[in-house]
Unconditional design. Sequence first.
Length: 68
Amino acid sequence: MSSNNSNRRLVPEAMDSLEKFKYEVASEVGVNLKNGYNGNISAKDAGKIGGNMVKKMIQQAENQMIGK
């Protein structure tokens, strides 16, 4: 039986860029993240960060498609 681990990265080399992106987005939405573990932030704040990251990635993909 195969394991379906959602934490597996398709492109492990992108981890540093995604981490930097997370801190940039957190700053933009007014959530203060510290280096390391941030398990103390609320689900609402975590959702703001993740949601805005996805929104920006979709916008970037759409812009790349339009530019072709």
